[in-house]
Design a protein. Structure first.
Length: 688
């Protein structure tokens, strides 16, 4: 007797080991053979792997907005040569039954299917695939038939396959399949001429595809998630404004009611999100004076990010700004002008914050007994106490922070810019955002995290809908091309939605300091066309405020973070006209409403960058061309992929500049451009 034992040689697979026993001598009794147990796996022949899109094997969701499509690809194959079939399965998380759409083979065992998200509810999706016995039979039968071989038995096999589908079918479909099965049986005995016509019947193929035999199907074991947001998570134009500076008198602290007077100005530039820095009481202990000086003078207003005082904390409003009723009136007036208010969530406290008194356990104490203030050595922020999440009361702390966001949701706010989220624990944010979105699915969270790339990406994965970027420091053609290709054409684009800001109250780059109005114009065009989401800190931006507190610093001189600023909105160098036309172009051209289609194009001048966006049906094509040199006029030849745009490369076509309204007749893929920074250093061209 010889017993051969075969064990799996694939230790990385979680498949059971196969034991095969072979009796080589006939006289070995059955009782002896059955003493050796067989551990044989269930046989599923189809392999599904390489599914995209997915994030970290399904640990995190991908992102879409209502109306967008999820296009799913996978490697699907099996042993042997049978025909395969596959279905992309998807459903809202609250639904019980799956919806399905067929997947189609397109290249090298790669399959693709897609579905559209139609409501503001998160979705899950997965794949199921199987051997399609009927399609395999049809393929092989027709080969035999065309070769003149005997097909009588094959017709009976086909009849059996169709007859088995009758049991899976419903209503009139069952009757039709039964008739087809009978016809195939009849043809097998009579060898009638319409054999091929019956087998090739499109109706029969459709019916059999509708009721396939999935008894041996492979179902992928992971359900991938889709976070579905409203459109504004994908496409928005933000304007940041300090309410206290909505005044013409430095002795008069601006109020919410004063902000209402500024709304037409902001809306007139075409923005749709008005973001207000923290509106809460400001602490007095450790307060910073003008230009971050210390100690302050008695009339210094302090930093809005030093939150909390005798008047209250994160659920309170700075009395000088007005009341909650005033805030709601501002909100109502803004919405009437197409502006949605966004507020700042900054989870930190001034030394005067009620939390410091009522929940001392939420802060870290130093050996000398004092509470640790915020530091980023050598910088010191004596006016801010960071929260300590490494304490036994962390659950109560997290619940309180959730309640802060929920409170402002109750007041009608649905957009939050979150300050420094990378300095708080990742699990806290994942939990908090999920809790808020469960009750307020239309909530949008923007992560202000200028930190390391992997940290920024992690925050996006765990729930932040939009993210700040490194755009402010990307100035050359190579830098911009590499960075935005990564953000939009790599797997990063499935979960990281960039919100492009050329400036913030903390960031006045050297490029902007040196470049003056030409730099401000080129950077806002880049921001508003490279990114579907973008924002500016105004009125500093449109007034081209480029004075730094010191050379080598990115801090503004007389920074609005520490004082009230009076902005002369009617001064001659206000570039709001350009910003208004840019935002109009964004609104009117769907190609600029997303980032998926962004592609860069060759220009024979390193100081000029060219790129395009277009809608899937190519009905709307926008080409951006920007002079990156704020000093000198630059010229070059731009090469465009006209066939990809749906244009005949042998025919002339027209482009219209949406910034200046000039029209140009172009011919062929290579065309000449010339951009003068003293005038308008960019084209936003609509291809006609």
């Amino acid at each position: 007797m010889c017993i051969i034992v075969f064990a799996s040689d694939l230790p990385c697979q979680e498949e059971p080991i196969i034991l095969v026993c072979v009796a080589m001598e006939a006289h070995i009794s059955d009782s002896v053979q059955t003493q050796v147990a067989l551990n044989v796996p269930a046989i599923t022949r189809v392999i599904i792997e390489g599914i995209q899109p997915q994030v970290d094997g399904g640990r995190f969701p991908i992102k879409r907005t209502v109306g967008e499509t999820v296009s799913v690809e996978a490697d699907i194959f099996a042993d042997g040569h049978e025909v395969l079939a596959a279905a992309l399965r998807y459903k809202p998380v609250s639904a019980g039954a799956w919806q399905e759409t067929p997947m189609r083979f397109f290249d090298n065992d790669r399959w693709r299917g897609e579905f559209q998200v139609t409501s503001l509810e998160n979705v899950v999706y997965t794949i199921q695939a199987w051997v399609d016995a009927f399609a395999t039979w049809t393929r092989d039968f027709l080969k035999k038939y065309e070769a003149g071989q005997d097909i009588s038995v094959d017709l009976l096999i086909g009849a059996e396959l169709v007859h088995s589908a009758v049991r899976r079918a419903r209503g009139a479909d069952a009757k039709k399949l039964s008739d087809f099965a009978a016809a195939l049986t009849l043809l097998s005995s009579r060898k009638m001429e319409p054999v091929a016509g019956t087998v090739r019947s499109a109706e029969l193929a459709e019916l059999m595809a509708r009721y396939p035999d999935r008894s041996g199907a492979t179902s992928y074991p992971v359900e991938f998630r889709v976070i579905v947001d409203r459109e504004k998570a994908r496409f928005s134009a933000w304007y940041e404004m300090f309410p206290r500076s909505c005044t013409d008198d430095p002795a008069h602290h601006g109020t919410f009611l004063d902000c209402i007077e500024r709304l037409d100005y902001v809306a007139g530039m075409g923005f749709d999100v008005l973001y207000l820095p923290p509106i809460h009481p400001i602490g007095r202990k450790g307060r910073k004076g003008k230009n971050n000086s210390f100690p302050p003078s008695p009339d210094d207003t302090g930093s809005p990010w030093a939150i909390g005082g005798a008047e209250g904390g994160h659920k309170s409003i700075l009395p000088q700004l007005g009341t909650l009723a005033d805030f709601k009136r501002l909100q109502k007036e803004a919405l009437a002008r197409g502006l949605e208010l966004a507020i700042d969530i900054a989870f930190q406290c001034s030394p005067d914050h009620p939390y410091v008194i009522e929940h001392e356990e939420w802060f870290r104490r130093r050996p000398d007994g004092t509470i640790q203030y915020a530091e980023n050595p050598p910088k010191k922020y004596e006016d801010i106490f960071p929260l300590n999440f490494e304490n036994e009361h962390v659950a109560a702390l997290c619940e309180e922070l959730r309640s802060v966001v929920a409170y402002w949701c109750e007041q009608g706010i649905r957009i939050f810019r979150v300050d420094n989220p990378h300095t708080k624990p990742f699990p806290m944010w994942e939990w908090l955002i999920e809790e808020i979105r469960r009750q307020y699915p239309e909530a949008i969270f923007l992560a202000e995290a200028f930190t390391r790339p992997k940290v920024m990406y992690r925050l996006a994965k765990l729930g932040f809908d939009q993210s700040y970027t490194y755009f402010a420091w990307k100035n050359s053609k190579w830098e911009l091309t590499q960075y935005f290709t990564e953000l939009t054409q790599s797997p990063v684009g499935e979960y990281f939605r960039p919100n492009i800001w050329p400036n913030t109250p903390d960031i006045l780059t050297e490029y902007m300091q040196d470049g003056g109005p030409p730099a401000f114009m080129s950077r806002v065009v880049l921001a508003g066309t490279l990114g579907a989401n973008y924002g500016i800190y105004g009125p500093a931006y449109e007034l081209c405020e480029n004075r730094a507190v010191a050379r080598g610093s990115e801090e503004y001189l007389d920074s609005e973070k520490y004082q009230i600023r009076i902005w002369p909105l009617d001064q001659a160098n206000n570039i709001r006209w350009l910003i208004g036309r840019l935002n109009q172009a964004r609104r009117e051209n769907p190609a600029l409403h997303s980032d998926w289609s962004l592609r860069f194009h060759p220009v024979d001048n390193e100081q000029i960058i060219a790129y395009s966006k277009m809608t899937p049906d190519r009905s709307n094509v926008i080409v951006g061309i920007v002079n990156l040199d704020f000093r000198y006029k630059q010229a070059g030849w731009v090469q465009l992929p006209l066939e990809e745009f749906g244009l005949d490369p042998n025919q002339p076509f027209e482009v219209q500049d949406l910034l200046t309204y000039a029209r140009f007749q172009w011919q062929g893929p290579r065309n000449y451009v010339e951009l003068n920074p003293a005038q308008v250093p960019a084209h936003v061209l609509k291809v006609r």
